[in-house]
Design a protein. Structure first.
Length: 109
C-alpha cells in the first residue's frame, strides 16, 4: 500500500470528550446566563413561587375535575364538549374564494 494513502486516511474533525452517558440527575435550575442581573438575583424567589403553584394545582381542586368557581376543568381539550374545541366555522363559497384570489376583480359591480 502507498504510504501517502495510509497517512491521508479519514479522521473525524469532531472529538467527543468523556463517556456517552446521560446524567442520572437533572442539573440545578438557574437563571439564563444572558439574563439581566435583577432577574438573576430574584430567580430563587421565582422558583419558590413556581414550585408552590405547581403543588397547589396538582393537589388542588383540579384533581376532582372542577375549580373553585364551579366550572369544569379538563386536562385535555378532547375531554371537553365539542362546542368548546370545535367552533362553528363559516365555510367560504366558491365565488368568495374567486373574489379573494383575484383581489376583487371578479366582483360584479
Amino acid at each position: 500500500m502507498h504510504p501517502s494513502l495510509r497517512l491521508a486516511q479519514h479522521k473525524p474533525l469532531i472529538h467527543f470528550i468523556g463517556k456517552r452517558k446521560w446524567p442520572t440527575t437533572p442539573e440545578p435550575q438557574h437563571a439564563h446566563p444572558a439574563a439581566p442581573a435583577q432577574l438573576k438575583e430574584r430567580f430563587s424567589d421565582f422558583l419558590r413561587k413556581f414550585e408552590s403553584s405547581v403543588k397547589q394545582s396538582s393537589a388542588g381542586p383540579a384533581a376532582n375535575g372542577s375549580n373553585g368557581s364551579g366550572n369544569q376543568v379538563y386536562e385535555d381539550f378532547w375531554e371537553a364538549p365539542a362546542w368548546v374545541w370545535n367552533p362553528k366555522i363559516r365555510h367560504l363559497e366558491e365565488s368568495e374564494i374567486d373574489a379573494i384570489a383575484s383581489g376583487g376583480a371578479s366582483l360584479d359591480r
